[in-house]
Ligand binder design. Sequence first.
Ligand SMILES: Nc1ncnc2c1ncn2[C@@H]1O[C@H](COP(=O)(O)OP(=O)(O)OP(=O)(O)O)[C@@H](O)[C@H]1O
Length: 258
Amino acid sequence: MSTRIDVAGLHKGFATDKGPLAVVDDVSLQVEDGEFIAIVGPSGCGKSTLMRMIAGFIAPDAGHVLIDGVERTRPGPQGILISQHGSVFPWLTVRQNLMFGLNDISSKQEKAAVADHYASIVGLKGFEGSYPHELSGGMLKRVEIARALAVKPAILYMDEPFSALDALMSLRMRNELLRILERERHTVLLITHDVEEAIHLADRVMVLSPRPTRIQATFEVNLPHPRKLTSPAVQELRMAILKELGVEAEADPVDARA
Ligand SMILES: Nc1ncnc2c1ncn2[C@@H]1O[C@H](COP(=O)(O)OP(=O)(O)OP(=O)(O)O)[C@@H](O)[C@H]1O
């Protein structure tokens, strides 16, 4: 395996009304090609800032990000960011939104077929001709996820992609994502507040410290897919990660948002 993402000594702070705010404090990490990394950490610790720096949307104050050995200074074509805020075009239908960005396909018919395929993967069959204002928040989120997947980016940056979905749909999207990754092997960086989701999906879970954030602990998830979430191994790992986050682990699933 080769190193896809190489992050060294990243620092970032912001100037605020109350003075300088140190947000990211000396973060280094390597992500191998095809690896799935989940990032968990207390609310407001700097997870999104870290991911946006890695994706090239924010410049670090110090340190560097190499993607495939080349320094990243702005968003590149090999990575797509799915953010909490959403970026579906309101004036385009679901199909047109999904066709957007499929520049490698010249035939319009083929583009539409790919779009419809990804719409059905995320449970939006029958809504291909609908406009965003006709959809619920969860459906919009799924359009966004489908749009990112349809482009088959080498790197998927996912910032709480499933947090707007109900529990069943979130589980379904996780399973679909795993199925897609089995075939297409994207490299994935996922921010989540859901420890169980992190263990379900990732090869490695990184726990970030409170702000200014650092990598506080790393957990390898050496469990084959499909992972049984009720298994003792998953529960043990969940307890260990929650403990690292300073959350008292109980028998029932716990939300790690502080
Ligand atoms: N452009 C900015 N200017 C000033 N402060 C910022 C800016 N962007 C982020 N911050 C601050 O940096 C801190 C970290 O924000 P960030 O969104 O990275 O955290 P997070 O861990 O992703 O949060 P959450 O868990 O709530 O999604 C917060 O205190 C936020 O207010």
